[in-house]
Write a protein that binds this ligand. Structure first.
Ligand code: AQP
Length: 328
């Protein structure tokens, strides 16, 4: 018997990279052993920023390929695409009537994204956290693996669950965060910003060749101006983050000692980081190539996942409509 239900999503906004992998996907795979997991490619979230319609199916497909190649077993979880389950948007509408404009205006992600996409500050971008609450609560998930940046959104989901339960009767659990243990991976070319799909030159994607991985790590920025005494520069700190995420503890310990002794050489650290990343990504890339030979299988997995998700989602929607007086 698995402990609790988990929901997590990833946006099909570009190639899945090693930041997404250590911050989310690798954890997703591990969590399937302990929890009943619902994992979703959240295309309805991805359309809140500018995109080209005809590109979306390929983006969804590529994301699914990456995630399956990273080891997610679709038999051990429910893996699906958000827009295939229209109950997400229906529940979002009901929750819109419970969410306050003031709370949404305070969301850091909204402030950042509306700054980044000034030409397209749409209502969907504003409403993003409410759709996220609908994603989670549609499956009555009790646990949500998140990075610290998502805690504010999760708090809103908890607030919406409380409001709904208060007004219409106990229906939803208050989902709890499970903080992802891995540290945030920063951009290789600009280590004061986070590694992002949308930040060109910042990332190593899961499908990258060994040669490319070594080249990108070899070129990673290490010096970025003067540092406080005894503090690693952001670039060096990021190389240590990657080492901790991919290499054995002894290797991390060895380089920490070198650093403390003032004898650290980037010419030794960077190849060690690259070796560790390559060792973990090589089998993923091989699995990806095998899967890519059978695209029909990937779509079948996603269709089957959506059917399983809908069975649960439909029950929640019936219950919500009844409680809200939207059904005779
Ligand atoms: N750099 C990162 N380090 C660790 N974890 C990360 N995540 C993202 N970037 C890093 C985690 O990956 C999961 C999926 O993220 P998402 O696709 O929903 O959106 P995001 O966080 O906005 O990811 P990106 O790569 O930065 O995409 P774009 O460029 O489209 O905004 C989340 O769990 C996230 O914490």
């Amino acid at each position: 018997m698995k402990q609790a239900r988990v929901f997590s999503g990833i946006q099909p906004t570009g190639a899945i990279h090693i930041g997404n992998y250590v911050g989310a996907v690798r954890n997703w795979v591990r969590m399937t052993e302990r929890f009943e997991c619902f994992y979703c490619i959240v295309d309805l979230h991805a359309i809140t920023i500018p995109y080209e319609g005809p590109e979306m199916p390929a983006r969804v497909y590529e994301a699914a390929l990456d995630i399956l190649a990273a080891g997610l077993d679709p038999e051990k979880c429910v893996f699906f695409v958000q827009s295939y389950v229209p109950e997400h948007t229906e529940l979002c509408w009901y929750f819109n009537t419970l969410a306050s404009v003031g709370a949404l205006e305070r969301m850091t992600q909204f402030k950042e994204k509306s700054e980044q996409f000034r030409e397209n500050v749409n209502v969907g971008l504003f409403d993003y956290p409410v759709l996220q609450a609908a994603d989670i609560l549609l499956y009555k998930a009790g646990v949500v693996p998140v990075g610290e940046d998502q805690l504010q959104h999760l708090e809103l989901s908890r607030e919406i669950a409380r409001r709904f339960n208060g007004r219409f009767g106990d229906t939803f659990p208050e989902p709890k965060p499970e903080l992802t243990p891995a540290a945030r991976v920063m951009a290789l070319n600009e280590p004061t910003r986070k590694m992002s799909k949308s930040l060109t030159g910042s990332f190593i994607s899961l499908s990258e060749s060994e040669k490319e991985i070594r080249k990108k790590i070899g070129r990673a920025v290490t010096d970025s101006g003067p540092q406080a005494e005894g503090e690693k520069s952001p670039g060096v700190k990021n190389l240590f983050t990657l080492l901790a995420a991919f290499a054995p503890a002894e290797t991390v310990e060895y380089f920490e000692q070198q650093y403390q002794a003032g004898t650290l050489r980037y010419g030794e650290l960077k190849p060690a980081v690259a070796d560790a990343v390559v060792a973990e990504l090589n089998p993923i890339r091989e699995r990806r190539e095998q899967l890519a030979g059978k695209p029909g299988d990937v779509w079948e997995i996603l269709d089957a996942g959506a059917a399983r998700a809908r069975a649960v989602a439909a029950q929640t929607i019936v219950e919500v409509r009844e409680r809200m007086g939207l059904r005779r």
